[in-house]
Design a protein around this ligand. Structure first.
Ligand SMILES: [Fe+2]
Length: 247
């Protein structure tokens, strides 16, 4: 069984389609870690695509804000503008779908899935000390998380937390990490639609359960086409520009 794990698509249909095309036929089930919408120009298209694609999904903070489950207090002005624009665009049925998304953790195929941290869906895990509680508390040895838009994650061997190092060879589509039986992991597939780890390519992961291996993929897509649609929609310039830098 191979599981496609995608997160933080953020209404970027071009990145999502490029990612799906690159790994077509290489997975049997798909999971989404939330933030289906927000920032990008294609909220309806992406909601409908994700809905038809996934076996399991958890909600992200943007999904909650857009669908009125949470307020906009924690959002900066740029993110707030994106939420309000997205809300104005979404068809009622797609808004209802976002409202219906469950809070993590969701368990499937022996893994756990969350948007932010294991105990708090809105918390960011950037550093080892932030990762430790989730590594200790998760119901599963391997938990996938999103929210930071940074591909990689953390492992714990019972003594210390280490960052999962990804070495993507030039020209390769993915870096593979072997999941060791005695370790616990928090793994982040990265963001499909708005990467923030200095690599602007769409990011996602494929977990091979039998081989105990996770592939961390990067796929180029037509960023300029997405930027054009964002400009037409009147998106803040900072949001348009950041796609090209992956920051
Ligand atoms: Fe996000």
């Amino acid at each position: 069984m191979r599981l496609l794990v995608c997160s933080d698509v953020h209404a970027n249909a071009t990145a999502l389609e490029a990612a799906l095309q690159a790994c077509a036929g290489l997975w049997e089930r798909a999971v989404c870690l939330g933030d289906v919408v927000g920032y990008g120009p294609d909220p309806n298209e992406v909601v409908e695509r994700i809905r038809s694609l996934v076996s399991a999904i958890v909600r992200g903070n943007h999904d909650k804000a857009v669908s009125g489950i949470s307020d906009l207090e924690d959002f900066n002005p740029v993110a707030r503008a994106a939420v309000e624009w997205t809300r104005s665009q979404l068809f009622p049925e797609n808004l209802r779908y976002l409202q219906s998304l469950p809070r993590g953790p969701v368990d499937i195929d022996g893994f756990a899935f969350v948007h932010g941290a294991v105990e708090d869906e809105d918390e960011y895990i950037f550093a080892a000390d932030q990762a430790l509680p989730g590594l200790l508390e998760s119901r599963r040895p391997v938990t996938f998380f999103g929210h930071t838009h940074i591909q990689g994650g953390f492992s714990y061997d019972g003594a210390r937390v280490e960052r999962v190092e990804l070495s993507l060879m030039p020209g390769a589509s993915f870096a593979a990490v072997n999941v060791e039986p005695k370790k616990r992991y928090l793994l982040n597939p990265g963001s499909v639609g708005q990467p923030r780890d200095s690599d602007p390519r769409a990011a996602f992961a494929i977990a091979d359960i039998e081989k105990r291996r996770v592939e961390f993929w990067r796929v180029p897509y037509d960023i300029a086409a997405v930027q054009d649609r964002m400009e037409q929609a009147g998106a803040p310039e900072a949001l348009v520009l950041r796609l090209a830098f992956g920051r």
